[in-house]
Write a protein that binds this ligand. Structure first.
Ligand SMILES: Cc1cc2nc3c(=O)[nH]c(=O)nc-3n(C[C@H](O)[C@H](O)[C@H](O)COP(=O)(O)OP(=O)(O)OC[C@H]3O[C@@H](n4cnc5c(N)ncnc54)[C@H](O)[C@@H]3O)c2cc1C
Ligand code: FES
Length: 285
């Protein structure tokens, strides 16, 4: 059961093109697993920005004088994240979490490749730590548009058996996209399992490459959200179930982590006609 807490901002610091914010949030760390996210109220009590903003959890500290903290990393995107970037230590922040379903971990010590795009690498770093604890081999691929939009390189160096970096502009690492280097990483590390988080187009490319080799792939999607708790249906996307049928599934409650080969990437943003319960041509009278 997620908690709602009003905690103080403990720190906000610039990391390349992003902001990393740590908030006092007693109770949330103990419930958090890699892949969970928080929903943060923006704009203050008088704001017309009623919808919370979702951020993947990067780090939690369960103990210490603050009784538990949560850290997340964000890019300034629109009004809500601009407001958030202007918060200062000791400002109050209302946070709900942990939300969503986390990444599922393998039972055995297998070989795992993690693929992060931009700030999407943030939830993969605690995942890397959890996988290492289980004895997995962990190869990490980080991609970004440019060097300042790469997140988590030092963590990845500490946690990964190998780290491969790509940037679109070649300002750091290999020029190009993560999909250019992934086949080589899969072969070298004999990957059994892939986890990925980042822009939707990247998730799809990673998922397709994994599917070509029949490697199971978990993707953490970033579908637009409103309530974050399963009520409004804003965040639905078409996902194929174990029975082969497509359903519109809420990414805030049933996700944000899905099996990549179950997401109908071509039909994102639509309700495919063969979806269970879809209104078919002719419709109702
Ligand atoms: C599960 C999840 C995890 C996320 N993790 C992170 C993270 O770790 N770091 C980070 O920087 N961003 C993350 N995002 C995206 C972040 O929630 C949006 O960038 C943010 O809501 C934009 O708010 P805004 O007011 O600045 O922008 P606006 O464009 O003004 O937002 C208006 C509305 O659109 C929604 N929205 C806009 N862009 C997005 C988007 N990309 N994804 C989802 N909803 C969007 C907002 O929630 C808001 O309701 C995550 C989104 C989800 C769903
Ligand atoms: S955001 Fe409201 S149901 Fe998912």
């Amino acid at each position: 059961m997620p908690l709602q807490v009003t905690g103080e901002v403990l720190s906000i610091k610039r990391v390349g093109a992003y902001q990393a914010m740590t908030v006092v949030a007693p109770g949330i760390p103990a419930l958090t697993r890699p892949g969970h996210f928080v929903a943060v109220q923006v704009g203050g009590p008088e704001s017309s920005m009623l919808l919370r903003r979702a951020f993947a959890i990067y780090d939690v500290k369960d103990r210490g004088v603050y009784g538990g903290t949560v850290e997340f990393v964000f890019a300034v995107h629109g009004k809500g994240t601009a407001w958030l970037s202007a918060r200062r230590p000791q400002d109050d922040l209302d946070v709900v979490g942990p939300l969503g379903k986390p990444f599922r971990l393998p039972k055995n010590p297998v070989s795992v490749t993690l693929v992060g795009g931009g700030y999407g690498s943030a939830p993969l770093l605690p995942l890397a730590a959890a996988l290492r604890e289980r004895g997995c081999r962990v190869d990490i691929v980080l991609g970004a548009g440019s060097a300042d939009r790469l997140f988590g390189f030092l963590d990845a160096k500490r946690l990964g058996d190998s780290v491969t970096v790509t940037t679109d502009d070649g300002s750091i690492g290999q020029p190009g996209r993560v999909s250019d280097v992934l086949p080589g990483v899969f072969d070298r590390s004999r990957t059994d399992l892939v986890y990925t988080c980042g822009p939707m187009a990247m998730l799809r490319a990673v998922s397709d490459l994994a599917a070509e080799r029949a490697i199971p792939c978990q993707v953490a999607v970033e579908e637009s959200m409103a309530c974050g708790i399963g009520v409004c249906m804003t965040c639905v996307l078409p996902v194929v179930g174990d029975d082969g049928l497509t359903r519109m599934v809420r990414s805030c409650v049933e996700g944000p982590v899905f099996l990549g080969d179950r997401v109908r990437w071509d039909e994102l943003g639509t309700v495919p006609p063969d979806t269970v319960g879809a209104i078919t041509a002719g419709g109702h009278t």
